[in-house]
Design a protein around this ligand. Structure first.
Ligand code: ATP
Length: 238
């Protein structure tokens, strides 16, 4: 297993956000978390990144307990988190935004930084064209690509994407899903995906977990969940 979450419980004051969830992710899998508003999806990612404190539970990455590590050390270890809402730096250029993604990787040579930038520009040619432009002037779709690309700049083994298609046009959403499939095909990336677009997410995911009120109520292969009657009713608009 690349990532294991065991019995994770998170509270926000009196609000119980996660109630003892357990999730396993194998290397090179695409795993999706689906669930309604407030089910606990973002909290799960934030717990892995240590952006929220947990009440209880153990999170291991490559067998190493990361439950109490600092957020920056977790990124340096190989977990990138692309948050909901993108959080790019609007005044910094595209290239500066990208470079921010590798800040936590200490002692990178100039050569390695350039190699990583070039890799990103091959994956996202539009970002290369716009590398001097301020991040805040990009379109919504381009900003989402920038946020993902910035995440990739830390050369993660696991990349966690929180609602990457939120608020984007269907054609851009297609592009984002194609990118996820492409990242999987490199054979070096593992992806944990949160999506409001459950149909598309389950269509590309190896496996999925359904979260409801902070609990996992169902898990299975992506295509199996797509056919599940309860999932269809609750999340696929049928
Ligand atoms: P959405 O799709 O709406 O973002 P989600 O599945 O990602 O939902 P979370 O954002 O993880 O859900 O929220 C889980 C629960 O925790 C919800 O009840 C939410 O209201 C609550 N919550 C989240 N963040 C906070 C916070 N900072 N303070 C208090 N309660 C919070």
């Amino acid at each position: 297993m690349l990532l294991t979450i065991d019995d994770l419980t998170v509270n926000y004051g009196y609000i119980s956000a996660l109630r003892g969830i357990s999730i396993d992710i194998k290397e090179n899998e695409v795993v999706t978390l689906i669930g309604g508003n407030g089910a606990g999806k973002s909290t799960t990612l934030m717990s892995i990144s240590r952006l929220v404190d947990k009440e209880k539970g153990i999170i291991k990455f490559n067998g190493k307990d990361i439950s109490n590590m600092k957020p920056a050390d977790i990124v340096a270890l190989g977990i990138a988190h692309v948050p909901e809402g993108r959080n790019i730096f609007p005044k910094l250029s595209v290239e500066e935004n990208l470079l921010m993604g590798s800040v936590v990787c200490k002692n990178l040579s100039k050569q390695e930084l350039n190699r990583r930038l070039e890799e990103q520009y091959q994956l996202f040619p539009k970002l290369k064209e716009r590398r001097k432009q301020a991040g805040g002037t990009l379109s919504g779709g381009e900003q989402q690509m920038l946020a993902i690309s910035r995440g990739l700049m830390s050369d993660p083994k696991l990349i966690m994407l929180d609602e990457p298609s939120l608020g984007l046009a269907p054609i851009i959403i297609e592009e984002i899903f194609e990118l996820i499939v492409k990242l999987k095909k490199t054979g070096t990336k593992t992806i944990l995906l949160i999506e409001q677009n459950a149909m598309m997410a389950l269509g590309i995911a190896d496996r999925g977990y359904v979260l409801q009120n902070g609990e996992i109520v169902l898990t299975g292969k992506g295509l199996e969940l797509l056919k599940n009657e309860d999932v269809k009713k609750a999340y696929l608009g049928e």
